[in-house]
Design a protein around this ligand. Structure first.
Ligand SMILES: Cc1cc2nc3c(=O)[nH]c(=O)nc-3n(C[C@H](O)[C@H](O)[C@H](O)COP(=O)(O)OP(=O)(O)OC[C@H]3O[C@@H](n4cnc5c(N)ncnc54)[C@H](O)[C@@H]3O)c2cc1C
Length: 411
């Protein structure tokens, strides 16, 4: 531990948030001594596998209020934080270090190399250039606050005092750190998975693995909230952006139902059954002579349309003019809200995160400092913040790391 102008700073966790905190602090105060501790053999392992190996660094949305809407937990706090460091700043930060970025049509931003290794190299070079001391294979087990700093107990039993500490250890699931944090008065919101696909076995999707619709809406039956986006039928059930959004926004509800719940699917995004009925009634006149199975009023994949007709009990070879009213009603129900019995979840390999972590109210988001333990800061997934897929989770890590790094270096 040293004087205030050259503080010793410890950062726990060598992931996205830890690196951004460390580099920010080191560049902001070259006199500070910055130590980055990583319990694993390698740094930035999640960055490596992220985005299918391409790393979806952030999202091409440069309005803090709009950006913050993509976080089921933490939206309010991040809205303010994005005024300090937002996606545009992240892009400039990486580009100024030679890592050019590109946005895809859906807004996801990747390094132009399409390789997460470019992100790792950029962060690692920045850390080395700014004098951050990197300590792999160095896990931290406990915190010991003291009047002038925070003691950290390492896995080898040694305790060292630092002026300031940032916890950037990622998901706290399975970690011993929550015990230490709770003993200091912090609250850990329950840790449950977010961003998963759902399992179901159903005649309507049987044999349709790989079939997708571009704009579905899904909800847990009884919920007021629909979640929209492309939907993919998999060999285990349902996936795609609409399901991942539902899994994020309803992470707690799904967990308390032990991932067994009725799910409604509006295949065309139209959730209003009356409006679908109107369309079908018009259609029976317009396409009166056409065979039902060959004339779907919506742009649905043919095999899915036939399955939905089957589920509605409609004879596929009838002309539309001969479909009884009761069957029109059933077809409308299938299109606007097929109900599936969900019986479990499957990890989405592209991206998953933990919902829950250090309670947001216990953190001052202007500095990311604990309101309970002075000199202890937080950044990244260890906080009760998580976003939907699309680069939002990394952006939360960059923003938290930036704010924590500045506050620690100059605090
Ligand atoms: C497969 C996959 C793909 C993903 N793809 C994307 C994507 O493309 N875009 C996106 O925005 N998000 C993506 N995410 C989410 C994103 O990876 C996380 O939001 C992000 O990594 C969080 O950063 P972090 O630094 O907080 O945590 P982490 O990246 O998890 O880093 C925390 C580090 O702390 C270390 N650590 C833990 N405990 C200790 C301890 N006691 N002592 C020392 N070190 C410790 C861990 O070993 C780890 O290296 C993906 C997640 C997964 C699993």
């Amino acid at each position: 531990m040293t004087s205030d102008s050259s503080p010793t700073i410890a950062i726990i966790g060598g992931g996205a948030a830890g690196f951004f905190t460390a580099v920010t602090a080191a560049e902001s105060n070259p006199l500070a001594k910055i130590h980055l501790f990583e319990k694993g053999r390698r740094f930035l392992t999640k960055v490596k596998v992220s985005g299918g190996g391409r790393c979806n660094v952030t999202h091409a949305c440069f309005d803090p209020a709009d950006f913050s809407k993509r976080y089921p937990r933490g939206s309010r706090e991040l809205k303010a934080a994005f005024h300090r460091w937002q996606a545009r700043d992240t892009v400039q930060w990486f580009e100024s270090r030679g890592m050019k970025m590109k946005a895809e049509d859906d807004g996801r931003m990747f390094p132009i190399t399409d390789s997460s290794q470019t992100v790792i190299d950029t962060l690692t070079d920045a850390a080395k250039l700014s004098g951050v001391s990197l300590h792999p294979n160095t896990g931290i087990n406990e915190f010991h606050p003291a009047p002038s700093g925070i003691g950290l107990t390492f896995e080898n039993g040694e305790t060292v005092l630092y002026d300031r500490v940032c916890l950037a250890a990622g998901s706290l699931k399975g970690s011993s750190l929550p015990n230490s944090l709770e003993s200091l008065g912090h609250t850990i919101e329950p840790l449950v998975p977010s961003l998963f696909a759902v399992n179901c076995s159903d005649q309507r999707t049987d044999g349709l693995s790989g079939v997708s619709v571009p704009n579905a809406a899904v909800r847990i039956s009884g919920s007021k909230r629909w979640h929209s986006g492309p939907l993919l039928i998999t060999h285990r059930g349902l996936s795609g952006p609409a399901i991942l959004r539902l899994s994020a926004w309803e992470a707690r509800e799904a967990h308390s139902a032990d991932y067994h719940f009725p799910l409604e699917v509006a295949w065309t995004g139209e959730t209003n059954r009356e409006r679908v009925l109107d369309t079908l009634r018009d259609w029976t006149t317009k396409s009166a002579k056409k065979m039902v199975k060959n004339a779907c009023p919506y742009a649905l994949p043919q095999r899915l349309w036939e399955k939905l007709l089957d589920a509605a009990g409609a004879a596929p070879s009838n002309p539309w003019s001969q479909v009884p009213k009761s069957q029109i009603q059933s077809i409308a129900t299938e299109i606007s809200g097929s109900t599936f019995s969900i019986t479990g979840k499957t990890t989405n390999k592209e991206e998953f995160v933990t919902c829950g972590g250090v309670r947001r109210k216990e953190i001052d988001f202007r500095t990311m400092e604990s309101r309970i333990v002075p000199r202890l800061h937080f950044a990244g997934e260890c906080i009760d913040i998580d976003g939907i897929t699309g680069g939002f989770n990394f952006q939360a890590a960059w923003t938290g790391g930036r704010i924590a790094g500045l506050a620690m270096a100059n605090g």
